[in-house]
Design a protein around this ligand. Structure first.
Ligand SMILES: Cc1cc2nc3c(=O)[nH]c(=O)nc-3n(C[C@H](O)[C@H](O)[C@H](O)COP(=O)(O)O)c2cc1C
Length: 322
């Protein structure tokens, strides 16, 4: 059995990597002595992620998950992020140096419900690399409402949200991908209202629906908690262009997964709030607050309830979709 076959047998493990809207936008091409990771354009989010930031971060996180799983099964594998169109996993002289395991990759999950009050500073968590800025959650509460109003009020974002929401367990795609009612911690009533509002777009938009939907998340940051911002390092900048920007963002996506895994190791969960970066007004204010280019923003804390595990396409289901 070649190393490629051994890694392929563990595909279910590295498919646990996170992706925006749980679109799982990666494609895998298993070759004789390399694995080529690409992107499925049908699973990109051009409306809510027009700069491709989250797509590149997600690809980086997926690559990191592949490397951790490979190391865990004793394979010496490295990645080549130089090509903007694909990522290559190649044989390497030594195993990838990581302390994370495939079990930790599999167990990680975001938590979108309530967190117990309490501030978590990056410097209080051992093993984190630099580039994380702490903000008190209340400081971003008003901006989150603005960003949510933007999210629900921008037709392309609202359309993508509707496409990737899985609010009914009878949906044939419920167990495959997207955001389920349970992952969003919505009760039956909330799931119904959200589903109806997004189906009734654009009428709902004209009737002030975005403001109402945004108001429903008003309490999310109004507690004594923490929001962390992952910032670009050194000369890396989201504003950069072309190949360099793409490669930097993929490296940042690898870093993002390592941060989330480190937090999980300490019993801490995350809840990304990317709308704060997608909405131009709140993104500009956030950049000013942190004095750097923000790449990802997420609540950090101890969830009151154990979050559910989200679904993934199985390798066989994915190959049938091709
Ligand atoms: C780059 C990136 C951006 C994300 N943005 C958001 C977000 O704005 N809101 C949110 O609730 N989840 C966000 N997520 C989390 C994904 O929705 C989540 O990873 C996916 O649903 C799979 O769930 P899991 O991480 O619990 O396995 C983001 C994930 C990534 C990698």
């Amino acid at each position: 059995m070649s190393w490629v076959d051994v890694l392929r047998a563990r595909e279910t493990d590295f498919r646990r990597a996170p992706s925006a809207h749980n679109t799982q936008p990666w494609t895998l091409d298993y070759r004789a002595d390399e694995v080529v990771i690409g992107t499925d354009p049908a699973r990109a989010l051009p409306g809510s992620d027009p700069t491709g930031r989250d797509l590149a971060l997600g690809l980086g996180a997926f690559t990191e998950a592949c490397l951790i799983v490979a190391a865990d099964v004793g394979l010496s594998v490295a990645c080549d992020l130089g090509d903007p169109h694909r990522i290559r996993l190649v044989a390497a002289p030594a195993r990838y140096a990581t302390t994370f395991t495939a079990a930790e990759v599999a167990a990680r999950r975001v938590a979108r419900g309530a967190y117990t009050p309490g501030v978590v500073l990056p410097e209080s968590v051992p093993g984190l690399d630099a580039g994380l800025v702490h903000l008190p959650s209340r400081a971003l509460a008003a901006d989150l409402e603005v960003a949510d109003r933007w999210l629900f009020g921008t037709p392309a974002s609202a359309r993508e949200l509707r496409e990737w929401l899985r609010l009914d367990p009878a949906d044939p795609r419920y167990h495959q991908d997207g955001l389920t009612d349970r992952a969003l911690e919505l009760n039956r009533f909330e799931a119904r209202v959200l589903g109806m509002a997004l189906r009734a777009y654009p009428m709902m938009s004209r009737l002030g629906g975005p403001a109402l939907l945004a108001a429903s998340g008003r309490g999310l940051l109004r507690y004594d908690g923490s929001v962390w911002v992952l910032t670009a390092r050194g000369s890396n900048s989201e504003m950069g262009r072309g190949i360099d920007r793409e490669r930097d963002l993929r490296q940042d996506g690898r870093r993002l997964l390592r941060v989330w895994l480190t937090l999980a190791r300490h019993g801490l969960a995350v809840h990304p709030l990317s709308q704060l970066l997608d909405c131009p007004a709140t993104a500009a204010r956030l950049a000013e607050r942190v004095g750097a280019t923000p790449l990802a923003v997420f609540r950090v804390g101890r969830p009151v309830r154990e979050p559910v595990s989200s679904f993934r396409l199985t390798p066989s289901a994915r190959s049938l979709l091709r």
